[in-house]
Design a protein around this ligand. Sequence first.
Ligand SMILES: Nc1ncnc2c1ncn2[C@@H]1O[C@H](COP(=O)(O)OP(=O)(O)OP(=O)(O)O)[C@@H](O)[C@H]1O
Ligand SMILES: C=C(C)CCOP(=O)(O)O
Length: 267
Amino acid sequence: MGGGPTSDSDASTPPVVLKLGGSLITEKDRSETLDDAALDAACDSIAAARDDGSVSRLVVVHGGGSFGHHHASEHGVSTTAGTSDVDAVMDIHGAMTTLNRHVLARLHERGVPAVPVHPLSVAARPDGASGDLDLPSASTATLLDEGFVPVLHGDGVATAGAGVTVVSGDELVVELATALGAKRVGVCSTVPGVLDVDGDVIDAIDAFEPVADALGASDATDVSGGMAAKVRELLDLDAPAQVFGADGLAAFLRGDDAGTRIDGGSE
Ligand SMILES: Nc1ncnc2c1ncn2[C@@H]1O[C@H](COP(=O)(O)OP(=O)(O)OP(=O)(O)O)[C@@H](O)[C@H]1O
Ligand SMILES: C=C(C)CCOP(=O)(O)O
């Protein structure tokens, strides 16, 4: 049973934006398969952080994992390659809304008042596939002000001249964090942080080039660029971002250091 909105949600408090990586909450190499234990643990941490008051205003974004990426890859659709085939659009969007319903249900079971916001219905790339993302944020901002936890997800996005391309959860995180004036941004994935060439977690990244050699795509099917794209996106943010694994989620929500800090503000 889901909980109601919190009454102590103060609209002047900057929100926390958290991405649950698709590689964390799904079995990324098995089509449309959840990682039940990982999703439950992540939802436990979110519920606990709301209950103990460490996070009052939270936006959750989740990635595609084996739901979105498999369908997008089958149809040859990516963040830059679009489709005009309605069946392809519905396969990708349908898989993502299925995953979104699972995430919402797990949050509701824990009393978190999670409400879906589907990017395909509101976002666009008006200047084409290589242009900027336009993501209206009024519904997310107002849901937050009313005490809900908006839950967005990687999705298809209307793209001028290309039909529908993919928008990654990482792009959504950056847009939302900027539009909402987020104080902290967290990206929880299947790795404990951004790893250097020796496999050790890098403490902090403030520019792409010094770490470029270590950054690769995802090990699994992924149409949005894996860790390299993630770091590039997060470096565009003014707010500090952290990339961490499941073990770092509770610490991040408490406001502590976790994984790799990405601070592009000075770049
Ligand atoms: N230097 C690196 N450090 C950490 N992970 C890396 C690195 N280079 C490549 N990777 C890959 O990037 C993956 C994380 O990116 P990925 O896009 O799969 O994560 P996600 O956001 O959790 O998933 P999704 O895109 O489905 O939401 C890791 O699982 C790993 O395979
Ligand atoms: C593949 C789709 C539809 C979503 C991609 O979002 P991401 O997993 O955050 O990169």
